[in-house]
Design a protein around this ligand. Structure first.
Ligand SMILES: [Zn+2]
Length: 124
């Protein structure tokens, strides 16, 4: 991927591939952003991922060395949490398959960006 000099100074990568999908319809997200919070400790993966579904709006999650346990609905990238109502039920967060693993399996070393752990239950 080609990046110009000004972009390499930014902590935000835009239109990048993220394992995150829309937790409602499972579509790939648009306008994806990854903000690297790892800073000085390069060995630790610490990132915020955000992206937008055309139908269901913005979502984001945080990766700290492990796959995320929940994906959150937000008003904008890195913005406030928002409520989504689906068939009369309110949702703020959507648990991932990683969240559903038994605790001893979550202690295994895994790639935090392995999309198998980022899946959510299909809601629509
Ligand atoms: Zn969607």
């Amino acid at each position: 991927m080609n990046q110009n000099a000004s972009q390499t100074l930014s902590r935000d990568q835009i239109r990048v591939r993220t394992p995150m999908r829309c937790p409602i319809c499972q579509e790939h997200l648009r306008d994806t952003l990854i903000r690297d919070l790892g800073g000085v400790t390069a060995s630790i993966v610490w990132q915020l991922h955000a992206g937008r579904c055309d139908t269901h709006g913005w979502f984001q999650t945080e990766v700290v060395s492990r796959p995320p346990r929940e994906i959150f609905a937000v008003t904008k990238p890195f913005g406030a949490a928002r409520r989504i109502v689906i068939e009369g039920r309110e949702y703020f967060a959507f648990p991932t398959t990683w969240n559903d693993l038994p605790a001893d399996e979550r202690r295994m070393p895994v790639d935090p960006l392995d999309e198998r752990y980022w899946q959510t239950k299909r809601l629509a």
